[in-house]
Design a protein. Structure first.
Lengths: 116, 116
């Protein structure tokens, strides 16, 4: 397996809020996602949630504050903390989570994460 | 803790091959590093090594091939695989490793990773 171009991977799909797995390391999935508009409030009880914005502007709403991220900004939502990502226009994000983590915090509503 | 600007963090230091910790999640350190020239051949027996190039061009030499990375390209060196990063000019990289992983693969020669 050679270099992975995040831009090239992002060019292969257009769905929003559907993380695609591009690599993995140490039991974690490395994913890219295209986001637009507001996701849902949720939390992950056992895992911190890594966001790195690649393009566009994202707000991560938290119970007590809003965190604003532009390109090249990262934020880790601590485990157990309720959060709601809001994408202003189309936003491209790198996300890292332990393999198998449901994107909505709930197996019943989570998307299946495809490897691309 | 708010958004972390990787560009702002990188602007605070100038040393090469000295990873600085900017965040952490799930037992891993998230680090930025400025690189120039060739590092040393090394491996990490128990951990995969995550590289995402933010600026510049990096070659990761492996026993049987060279992997070339530009901005927005990522590569995971599998655990146990000898590798030698070579930076062409100054290169800025995001690195993620379990907290405490020696950057040279050897506690005796590793740098102390400062939190910035």
């Amino acid at each position: 397996m050679g270099a992975i171009s995040l831009k090239a991977k992002l060019a292969t799909f257009s769905e929003h809020w559907t993380p695609k797995i591009v690599s993995s390391f140490n039991g974690h999935d490395v994913m890219v996602v295209k986001a637009e508009g507001e996701f849902t409030w949720h939390s992950h009880p056992d895992t911190d949630d890594f966001f790195l914005v690649l393009q566009g502007n994202l707000t991560i709403k938290l119970p007590d504050e809003d965190v604003h991220l532009g390109p090249g900004d990262l934020y880790v939502v601590p485990r157990g903390v309720e959060h709601c990502p809001v994408a202003h226009g189309e936003v491209h994000i790198l996300i890292i989570e332990p393999a198998g983590t449901p994107n909505t915090g709930d197996e019943k509503t989570a998307v299946v994460k495809e490897v691309i």
